[in-house]
Design a protein around this ligand. Sequence first.
Ligand code: SF4
Length: 354
Amino acid sequence: MKYTFEITVAGCNTNCRHCYVSGGPGPYMPLATYRACLEKLAPALEQLEGSVSITPGHEPFNHPEAPALMRMTHVLAPKYYPGEDSDWPTTGIALKSREDRAEVFALLREFGAKHLMLTLHGTEACHNEIVRNPHGFEGISTMADMLYREGMDATFNLMLNRSMIEDWDAVCCFLEEKRCAHAYLTIPAYLPVERLRAFQSCRATYDDCMCLRGRLGYFGIDEARFFQKVERFNEAAIRERALREGWDYAACEQKKPDWAFFHITQNLEFYYGNAGMHTKRLGNIAAMTSEDIYRAVLQQRANYDYSAYYDLPTLPPIQTILALNPLRENYVYPDAEGCLYRWLDQMGIENILI
Ligand code: SF4
């Protein structure tokens, strides 16, 4: 089993329209609270079998004592902390203007970071509109220059949307200018939360994606892989497959990774489920012992997909779903489940998120 524990140590500078972890400005976790959390959590995680990681979220560089927080995690939970394999995602907004950023960069190097991941949504107007911050684009741009000066790479995560496709040449010029080391083209997920419902108007369709044919062979983007996804996970193709093969929700869930997600909030509330996608409150870390935490975690099963959001036995058969969701816009999703959740949402099917 794989376990991921996200600890929200500070809010996010942006408020992205496609965000399913409820990112946005928010309080930070005092350092003493964070210490108390790790002191209880680390011995519990020691007992788990499998791969375990801690993700400090939403934007650790927003924490007023970020260097101390990074050091503390490295001392108290070194095995679980992001290291050289991590993407170190950041909006750049907080880090670029920190007075102690030299110290932060020194720590990043010490922990093996070679690159930081910057998520881009398109040209300036489009980016700022999607992240809902007028300084979002400037944050990315300045951070990319800063990384170059620091001898680190800027990896860009390009979050696909209709405007980005229209502005693709301008996006590529920007990446060139920023000495982009590597880029990924990501199709945003669909999960049954308000932000993603609203994001549908920005979601690219199959026809939109076709405008990118032959134009993706830069910055290490894997064009063949992207179009494999587009062909497989557009709404029309998913419908056609579902009509032919049916859809056994439980059997599909069995094929998903054996991976459980947990979230700890700034006030140490402990939840089963990813940040923003809680399905069960497990307690408050302040009132739990390491043994309590271990037992609470052990009782949960993988929540990677399907039953992470829905009570599967209550879902309607796929034939009913298809009948009530005629093909309109042929949207593209990163997986078949995203499309299924959209259909369920359109029918008003309740999810199990709390
Ligand atoms: S998607 Fe990431 S950067 Fe955007 S609001 Fe959510 S956590 Fe913050």
